[in-house]
Design a protein around this ligand. Structure first.
Ligand code: ATP
Length: 292
């Protein structure tokens, strides 16, 4: 088999499942060389298993960043090529590849027949990630959003979660090191170790990050007050937060992120079990991807 198309019907709040006929007809119009198999995921973790066990040379993730993340977990350190058809809510991995604004038939064609390139592959505590690792405030907000009242959706759900986290905010102490060098020590709102420039659906947390420079871009927000957080949010959306005196930028191939207590984190938007220690590194050019 040449290509396996992994479709997460739950992605994009169920939109992807409804688009299955569209996906099938776009596939039929492409006439890719070789055999193409389409499989729908049945639940969390299924995409990883499918990507790991398929004999296909190309594995196409159809869904959002969670689907891409799970697929990468199955493909990492193999020769298989990842294709991405972004129809999720966030699509930051696709944004990193320059794919996020393209229509479905075009992204499907690129995924199946596009030239193969390589991008750097992140790793946190031994597990791969594609575009982003966020530790601290943003992950706490994502966790809080899971437990928010069900009648709140979209932006109101996130605003509720931001203010719920702010209400009980107590900053952990962060020690950030890279290759034996102490970079930061003190109370911190968040640390982001980025391969792509954006997370959370286009929030440019590390505006100068590049997925092909063999480096991670680190951003630390230091000791912000509650009011300080509210004040920096509009600047964050514009990528202007990096000029704030309490925001620090670093680049490096490996980072040790240590806290005085377990702190919430997400990789490509998928929540991780909170840890006090995150060992983070980049594998240069380690992920083969279909590119526009
Ligand atoms: N059949 C399924 N039913 C329910 N959930 C599923 C199924 N298959 C996969 N999942 C889970 O769906 C979750 C959401 O998928 P994904 O992140 O791709 O979509 P999204 O949330 O819309 O996009 P984004 O992360 O870009 O905002 C993933 O964590 C995945 O484990």
């Amino acid at each position: 088999m040449q290509s396996l198309v992994i479709v997460n019907p739950a992605a994009g709040r169920g939109r992807v499942g409804k688009m299955l006929p569209q996906i099938q007809s776009a596939l039929a119009a492409i006439h890719p060389n070789g055999q193409v198999q389409v499989v729908q995921t049945e639940g969390p973790g299924h995409a990883t298993l499918l990507a790991q066990t398929t004999p296909a040379e190309r594995v196409i993730a159809v869904g959002g960043d969670g689907t891409v993340h799970e697929t990468i977990r199955g493909l990492a350190h193999s020769d298989k090529v990842l294709g991405v058809v972004p129809i999720g809510s966030g699509n930051d991995f696709a944004r990193m590849l320059g794919l996020s604004q393209k229509p479905l038939p075009q992204t499907l064609r690129i995924a199946l027949t596009g030239l193969v390139g390589t991008v750097d592959l992140g790793e946190v505590n031994g597990q791969p990630f594609g575009a982003s690792l966020g530790i601290g405030f943003d992950a706490m907000v994502a966790r809080k959003a899971l437990a928010a009242p069900t009648f709140l959706r979209g932006m109101p759900r996130y605003l509720y979660s931001i203010f719920a986290v702010l209400k009980e905010l107590s900053l952990p102490t962060l020690t950030l090191e890279s290759e034996g060098k102490l970079l930061f020590q003190g109370k911190a709102l968040l640390a982001a170790l980025m391969n792509g420039y954006a997370y959370g659906g286009g929030i440019p947390i590390a505006p100068s990050a590049s997925p092909t420079d063999g480096l991670l871009s680190g951003v630390v927000a230091g000791e912000f007050s509650r009011l300080g957080v509210v004040g920096i949010l509009p600047r964050l959306l514009l990528g202007k937060h990096v000029h704030h005196p309490k925001v620090h930028e670093y680049t490096g191939a490996a980072f040790t992120v240590r806290f005085n207590q377990p702190v919430a984190a997400h990789a490509d938007g998928e929540l991780l079990e909170p840890q006090a220690l995150y060992e983070v590194r980049i594998h240069p050019q380690a992920l083969r991807v279909a590119l526009p």
